[in-house]
Design a protein. Structure first.
Lengths: 197, 229
């Protein structure tokens, strides 16, 4: 299994050896640009995060973030969609955001951040059903301080009904939580996991 | 000058999973208490404007929230979009990594861009003081004051980052000209509001505005002796 880090704060708050020790580094575009300029990571290991961490920007703004990210030479971006569209019942706008994203940027790969706990099961079914028909990967945010193993198990049981396991990643609050859930990830053939650093 | 508590509260809702009903209720409460401002994410400004237009309540958009690590020009675009949608106050998160790296040229450019984009509207620069040391806080406050930003703000409230009395006092000492201090993050009771005002804050960001106002009605604290400026 490969693992990555997502900057919870800034690259300055993460030790260089932690960055060098992981397979992927996720961060906002200026954070990624800075560590690329510093020269100790390669573009292939860097994944800019668009509209981190809430997705609550207008698509016009996100579009410019994607253009900027592409110019950094990266091949993959992590995208935070606008949860408002689903919570307000504007499901057509959710579909439009994802369609525009995928159809107009076919030279790069997209990982869609999925904050499972934001949504009801009805909302999730609708969203995940739609996303499973797109050429995207999913990063499921595992938010559970009580029982991260059970939460990971439940999340993967659900998502694997819709997606191939290679297209699913899990995002944990801490490295410790990721390690605790490692056996569940392995049992479900999940190849990539990420934690906030 | 007489000070009313509601006129220093930025009633805040920065949850991306709020429903339409929750937003409507939030805005109606802001009208009821006549808060100076509602603080919202940029994607709901248009909906908030449709409810709040014609009232005294300002609409603030949180730009580049919560970490601020996008290029300056993209922040300006986000500001322009928010203003077009009806925002009339802007709180912008500064590039925290640039501050940590000592890249104050970039910070100066960001704050100047914020000032230019907002013209005479109220503009606030967010520092996230819990992630900065005193020297960094002082330096950014001075830059913001020189540029003429209306407020420097302690925290985003994101990930549990909260305002501290020390940060507010330090910021108050470091600002000059017309720049004031906004305290935000973890302020959910009247006594915390009083502490922040005593430390030098002149705006309070909170998601607990109505509860604080109800407490204020019972305790009837006179703010005029605290806020002498």
């Amino acid at each position: 299994m490969k693992y990555g880090i997502l900057f919870k704060n800034t690259p300055s708050h993460v030790k260089k050896e932690v960055m060098e020790g992981c397979s992927y580094i996720y961060g906002e575009i200026s954070a990624i640009e800075r560590i690329l300029n510093d020269g100790f990571v390669k573009p292939s290991s860097c994944i800019p995060v668009i509209s981190a961490f809430l997705g609550a920007k207008k698509y016009l703004v996100k579009k410019d973030e994607i253009i900027y990210a592409k110019n950094l030479g990266v091949k993959t971006v992590l995208f935070y969609f606008d949860a408002k569209n689903v919570k307000f019942g504007y499901f057509d706008l959710f579909q439009r955001e994802i369609n525009e994203l995928v159809e107009k940027n076919n030279e790069i790969s997209f990982i869609i951040h999925l904050p499972i706990d934001y949504f009801s099961i009805e909302e999730l079914n609708q969203m995940v059903g739609f996303l499973s028909k797109k050429d995207v990967s999913i990063m499921a945010a595992i938010e559970d301080k009580v029982d991260v193993i059970e939460k990971t198990h439940q999340t993967l049981s659900y998502l694997t009904k819709y997606f191939d396991t290679q297209k699913i990643q899990c995002l944990f609050n801490t490295k410790l939580e990721m390690i605790r859930a490692a056996s569940i990830l392995k049992a479900n053939h999940i190849e990539n996991a990420v934690y906030y650093a | 000058m007489s000070h009313e508590l509601n006129k220093i509260i930025d009633q805040t809702m920065l949850r991306p999973n709020a429903t339409k009903n929750e937003l409507e209720q939030f805005c109606m409460e802001a009208i009821q208490y006549n808060f100076v401002c509602v603080a919202l994410l940029p994607n709901v400004i248009k909906e908030a404007y449709s409810i709040l237009k014609g009232t005294e309540v300002h609409i603030m958009a949180a730009i580049s929230y919560p970490r601020g690590m996008v290029p300056k020009d993209l922040k300006v675009k986000e500001i322009d979009e928010a203003l077009n949608d009806g925002a009339n106050e802007i709180d912008m998160v500064l590039n925290l990594d640039a501050i940590k790296c000592g890249n104050y040229d970039l910070i100066e450019k960001e704050i100047s861009a914020l000032r230019e984009a907002t013209l005479s509207l109220t503009a606030k620069a967010i520092l996230e003081t819990t992630l900065l040391n005193d020297e960094e806080i002082i330096r950014v406050c001075r830059i913001a004051s020189e540029i003429g930003i209306d407020y420097v703000k302690t925290s985003t409230g994101f990930n549990g980052n909260q305002a501290t009395i020390h940060a507010v006092q330090l910021m108050k000492k470091s600002v000059f000209n017309k720049t004031k201090v906004k305290a935000a993050g973890g302020i959910n009771k009247l006594d915390k509001v009083v502490q922040m005002l005593k430390a030098g804050a002149r705006r309070i960001g909170t998601s607990a505005g109505p509860a604080i106002m109800e407490e204020y009605k019972i305790k009837k604290i006179d703010f005029n002796h605290i806020m002498t400026d």
